[in-house]
Design a protein around this ligand. Structure first.
Ligand SMILES: C[S@@+](CC[C@H](N)C(=O)[O-])C[C@H]1O[C@@H](n2cnc3c(N)ncnc32)[C@H](O)[C@@H]1O
Length: 216
């Protein structure tokens, strides 16, 4: 049965960090790698899309404890856990969808997102990335670590399967349901360029999980 995105993560909070770090291939490397790509200047402003319980922030605060973080997530339980872990850090948490929340203009030195954006279409992502690009300062950049499929056939398969499941379960609303529909890396890069990022490069990968850097 499909579950609404926030319900899915609320229900799995217990054991979430353990699952991500131990069951996701490459996680013990890609969290620190992602954190190392973020700015290390004091008091810099970083936006985290789908921050969850803050696994990437745990690594980042070790490198830059003075960073000012704005974290957005649909799940209150995940955000509460993040706030508990990092009570002594400069963090602003916003509960809601990054598709709906205004991100502002020229505010952030960099943005990051880890394992959150593999549920959305290229068109949905292009609109989000355009808004995200606007929120970055000049020369600001976005570090995306997420997993991807290796072919257009797989990409289409997952999207069609989600549509079938929604039809079977009588779901007609436009809410987000938890079902992985990753794009190919090629389509992800196209979405970032379509949104106006000037350079987009793959920095690393661990099997299906890639880190991509997109500069404003
Ligand atoms: C697999 S977790 C990743 C969390 C964290 N970045 C990490 O790597 O541990 C995905 C997170 O994205 C959040 N999420 C999914 N869709 C979202 C949306 N549209 N807006 C805000 N958060 C979203 C979920 O609530 C969940 O906490």
């Amino acid at each position: 049965m499909l579950e609404k995105m926030s319900d899915f993560f609320e229900a799995r909070l217990s054991g979430y960090d353990n699952h991500m770090l131990n069951d996701i291939e490459g996680a013990k490397e890609f969290y620190p790698f992602t954190a190392r790509q973020l700015p290390i200047n004091e008091n810099c402003s970083i936006l985290d899309l789908g921050c969850g319980t803050g696994l990437e922030l745990h690594e980042y605060f070790a490198l830059n404890p003075s960073a000012k973080i704005t974290g957005i997530d649909l799940s209150k339980a995940m955000l509460d856990e993040l706030a508990r872990k990092f009570a002594d850090r400069d963090i602003t948490l916003i509960k809601g969808s990054y598709f709906d929340i205004p991100l502002g203009y020229n505010i952030f030195d960099a943005a990051v997102s880890v394992e959150s954006l593999h549920h959305f279409t290229k068109e949905e992502k292009t609109a989000l990335y355009s808004k995200l690009r606007d929120s970055l300062k000049e020369n600001g950049y976005f570090i995306l670590t997420d997993y991807f499929v290796s072919s257009d056939v797989d990409e289409r398969f997952h999207r069609e399967r989600l549509c079938e499941l929604k039809a079977e379960q009588g779901i007609t609303d436009n809410e987000f349901y938890h079902y992985d529909t990753p794009l190919t890396v090629e389509h992800e890069i196209e979405a970032l360029f379509d949104a106006g990022f000037t350079t987009v490069e793959v920095l690393n990968n661990w099997n299906a999980t890639y880190t991509i850097k997109a500069v404003k």
